[in-house]
Design a protein around this ligand. Structure first.
Ligand code: ADP
Ligand code: MG
Length: 255
């Protein structure tokens, strides 16, 4: 199957002599051009799954493939082909963006590390434009920007190399409603496949066509956003829906 495919992933953490299963037999596919959400309560295993899909974490069992080519953690060099195609917006840009560096430096560095051809300043400017920030922001530092602007810089950094797949971990958590809408609109406008991981079903329902629901390290339900919202099969899916009364408002759809 083409796309980013995880098969039968199990991940066990051992701490203080006892083990905990963070992922238990999870299979998941992000197809080319797909818009998929993975939702679940805190601690259900979302970040662990995302990191394994990104070859940042190692599964205890199972495999990850991109277009049938096996992917596993390795050196920057051995993963360069993969990182050019699959990029990541980490949770909490406040800690993921080095406050001492300029936005230009932050956005252009991955282009250099990945060996992308062309004018990196121009590409960084174009990536900023794609997230609604003008060229002036290239000279700013993260400490001079708002939370929503930093989140957009983190997205610009990930999309500057024009990846085919973008994986974002809780990209709108902690943002106030206006900024949340802005960031969702940015993600909706990207040409790549997008996987959004969130504990907030309402934040992702309007952007994604399909959703997988995680509970306690397993995917308990997968389907179209419409089916999951209208006919949730699992009690924890109903809990996630009940937590978000705003979902009922069709006027908030993003096109
Ligand atoms: P989510 O992103 O859905 O909140 P996580 O993937 O972060 O969930 O965590 C899933 C489970 O794995 C939790 O019980 C968490 O405590 C545990 N876990 C995550 N990372 C580690 C780690 N580095 N060491 C030990 N346990 C971990
Ligand atoms: Mg998480």
């Amino acid at each position: 199957m083409t796309g980013l495919v995880a098969t039968d992933i199990t991940r066990t953490y051992v701490r203080h002599g006892s083990s905990r299963t963070a992922l238990d037999g999870v299979s998941f596919t992000l197809p080319p051009g797909g818009r998929i959400a993975v939702v679940g309560e805190s601690g259900s295993g979302k970040t662990t799954l995302l990191r394994i899909l990104l070859a940042l974490g190692v599964p205890s069992e199972g495999t990850v493939e991109l277009d049938r080519r096996t992917v596993r953690p390795g050196s920057v060099r051995s993963l360069r082909w993969f990182r050019r195609l699959v990029q990541y917006v980490p949770q909490d840009p406040a800690t993921s963006l080095d406050p001492r560096r300029s936005v230009l430096d932050l956005v252009a560095t991955p282009l250099r590390l990945l060996g992308v051809d062309g004018d990196h300043r121009a590409k960084a400017g174009a990536a900023l434009a794609a997230v609604g920030l003008n060229e002036r922001y290239l000279q700013r530092r993260p400490t001079e920007l708002s939370g929503g602007q930093n989140q957009r810089v983190a997205i610009a950094r990930a999309v500057a190399c024009e990846p085919q797949y973008l994986l974002a971990d809780e990209p709108v958590s902690g943002l106030d409603p206006d900024l949340r809408e802005q960031v969702l609109a940015v993600l909706a406008g990207l040409p790549s496949a997008v996987l959004i991981v969130s504990h907030d079903l309402s934040a992702v329902a309007r952007l994604c066509s399909d959703v997988s629901v995680m509970h306690d390290g397993r995917i308990v339900e997968t389907g179209s956003v419409r089916d999951i919202l209208t006919e949730p099969q699992h009690s924890c899916t109903r809990d996630l829906i009940d937590a978000v009364p705003r979902l009922a408002r069709p006027s908030q759809e993003i096109h």
